[in-house]
Design a protein around this ligand. Structure first.
Ligand code: AMP
Ligand code: ZN
Length: 112
């Protein structure tokens, strides 16, 4: 398996973990773009949001609820942003589904 996030799930690449359960893992982004920048990923390999199936509905819900829980735990009561880069034109650089949870500064629109 040549996927860096699968390697993080397996513990073959280290990460600074924020949360883990049987279906998902959250860890700090190695190149933070905000004071708080955490990635939430499914443990199973799903290449992108575009590859998610009907059977992944519950998993996607869990990822979003985890993102909101983590934002709360991180003290982002004033707001935060969740981003899912999808595909090359969507800016996705790691082909394993991940939610960026970003906060701690004012976000702008459009994100670029
Ligand atoms: P995207 O470009 O939206 O696909 O997001 C990929 C994210 O993964 C980027 O923000 C990278 O900084 C982050 N990233 C890449 N490798 C690692 C790693 N080993 N540990 C933590 N974050 C990583
Ligand atoms: Zn993977």
């Amino acid at each position: 398996m040549d996927c860096i996030f699968c390697k993080i799930v397996a513990g073959a690449i280290p990460s600074k973990k924020v949360r883990e359960d049987e279906t998902l893992l959250a860890f700090y982004d190695i190149e933070p773009k905000a004071p708080i920048h955490i990635l939430v990923i499914p443990k199973k390999h799903v290449a992108s949001l575009a590859d998610a199936k009907k059977a992944d509905e519950a998993l996607l819900g869990r990822l979003l609820i985890a993102a909101a829980d983590i934002a709360r735990e991180q003290g982002l009561a004033r707001g935060f942003r969740v981003v899912i880069s999808t595909g090359a034109e969507g800016g996705q650089t790691v082909d394993h589904l991940h939610l960026h949870v970003m906060g701690g500064r004012q976000m702008h629109w459009p994100p670029g």
